[in-house]
Write a protein that binds this ligand. Structure first.
Ligand code: F0G
Length: 460
């Protein structure tokens, strides 16, 4: 009767939120009003929201119960000390400064660690990370392996740093001119692709031999640890928690958007092992975020983060998360829809260059595909292509990334397998009539992080 052993969500539902099904005519009207940008849609017009996994998670009863224990003192909230202890326990860093979200951490760390004119190496850019590095006077240099830029190539650790490229950068500019290397694990913009432990060890050794610090973007590092457990020799008998801590120990500092891995709606932190850096960050946080024991968060938010971490780090929790993403990915692969492979940890990425092969990159195929999917089905996704890549900070030209993707991102514990089936069905329907799609023209372009607010018109 069953083709495969059934599996199901490792939770049951206690509170529900009604979703609205709209008709195509309404969706076409509102996407035009939104300038063909899914970020500018109202969430009440969305049926299944796969825009992002950031802050969109469903918290557990354990987390909600913790919210009632919020200690909303201005200074020294007990929730902060609990969070600090949990981060020390599961991540292993000595010093923690809370921030309102990931980019608050990136802002301060970039300012504290980059001297104007320095270079920052990284395994593919992330939008906010690179912008904060640039605003601090740095120049980002991509040192990810070439395979990461090819959606079809199969590689178990497609997020790996190319050690040769990193070494070449150090030789070219001199170690003193490399502020640090930032390792994102897994790599969001490459399709949620993981970094192996062996690679992280090699990065850490090369960096430290040259006196360069390693900064981990730990945003989804629990997912990365799960991939190591599943794919890397020697790790299958270790728990995700053990692997995660071993990985973090290879870095000197971390920035974190808790809105992802930690199952909360808001929160972040920056952590490090170096007292001087900590002092600087702790000084800075009072200017930009709030006192060093709340960093822009309510006490209850810190409690939810601390408890979310305890749940997120469990093997069953993370295994389900990644398998749910794979479930959608495999359905699309079977139907011949071009997606980034292997399937990543937090999202399925449609390869818009192959999907809308007739549209040139500067007609924004990924932007259009995300919008068309919304119009056809009410499913909201996000562009991760030329719009997200922005412009070259020297020449002002559009950056033309090899990857022109649409991200179907999974909020944690929010949607069921039936929702995922609906998403698969609609993507396949759209794929079957892909040749009808028209491109877009950009009619409004913000100066920073343009993908959030840019507006477009459909070409005639
Ligand atoms: N680093 C990574 C890898 C991220 O994915 C994000 C956010 C950040 C840093 C910044 O954190 O949003 O809390 O300020 N990614 C979201 C996304 C926006 O949809 O992928 P933040």
């Amino acid at each position: 009767m069953f083709e495969r052993k059934p599996w199901a969500e490792p939770y049951k539902i206690k509170v529900v939120e009604t979703v609205k099904v709209t008709d195509r005519e309404h969706r076409l009207k509102v996407i035009k009003e939104a300038g063909w940008n899914t970020f500018l849609l109202k969430s009440e017009d969305v049926y299944i929201d796969l825009l992002t996994d950031s802050g969109t998670n469903a918290m557990s009863d354990y987390q909600w119960a913790g919210m009632m224990l919020g200690d909303e003192a201005y200074a020294g909230s007990k929730n902060f000390y609990y969070l600090e202890a949990n981060i020390q326990k599961y991540y292993g860093y000595k010093y923690i400064v809370p921030t309102h979200q990931g980019r608050g951490a990136e802002h301060m760390l970039s300012k504290a660690m980059i001297k104007p004119g320095q270079f920052v190496a990284g395994n593919m850019y992330f939008t906010t990370t690179r912008l904060h590095q640039e605003l601090a006077g740095g120049t980002f240099v991509d040192v990810i392996i070439d395979e990461a830029h090819d959606p079809a190539v199969l590689h178990p650790f497609k997020g790996n740093v190319d050690i040769g490229k990193f070494e070449a950068l150090i030789k070219k500019v001199g170690a003193a001119n490399v502020a640090y290397i930032t390792v994102g694990a897994p790599v969001n913009m490459a399709g949620g692709q993981p970094v192996s432990m062996a690679n992280m060890k090699a990065v850490s050794k090369l960096a430290h031999d040259n006196g360069i610090k390693v900064v981990l973007d730990a945003t989804r590092n629990i997912e990365n640890a799960y991939f190591i457990q599943q794919r890397e020799e020697g790790y299958k008998n270790k728990t995700v928690a053990e692997i995660h801590k071993e990985f973090c120990a290879l870095s000197d500092a971390a920035t974190m958007s808790a809105k992802k891995d930690l199952y909360v709606n808001i929160g972040g932190f920056v952590a490090c092992n170096d007292w001087d850096l900590f002092e600087e960050l702790r000084n800075m946080v009072v200017i930009y975020e709030g006192l060093h024991t709340y960093g822009g968060l309510a006490g209850r938010d810190m409690e939810a983060m601390a408890r979310g971490l305890e749940e997120a780090i469990q093997d069953e929790c993370i295994a389900f998360r990644v398998k749910q993403v794979e479930y959608l990915g495999n359905m699309l692969i079977e139907a011949g829809v071009p997606v980034v492979r292997p399937i990543g940890g937090h999202a399925v990425f449609l390869d818009a260059k192959a999907f809308y092969a007739h549209l040139p990159q500067l007609q924004f195929p990924a932007q259009k595909l995300a919008a068309d999917l919304y119009v056809e089905s009410g499913v909201r996704a996000m562009e991760r292509g030329v719009v997200s890549a922005g412009r070259n900070k020297e020449t002002g030209e559009n950056n033309l990334p090899k990857l022109e993707l649409v991200r179907l991102t999974f909020p944690r514990r929010v949607y069921t397998q039936s929702h995922i089936d609906i998403v698969a069905y609609n993507v396949i329907e759209l794929f079957n009539k892909r040749k009808e799609a028209k491109g877009l023209k950009m009619i409004y372009e913000p100066n920073y992080l343009r993908f959030f607010q840019a507006r477009f018109e459909e070409m005639v």
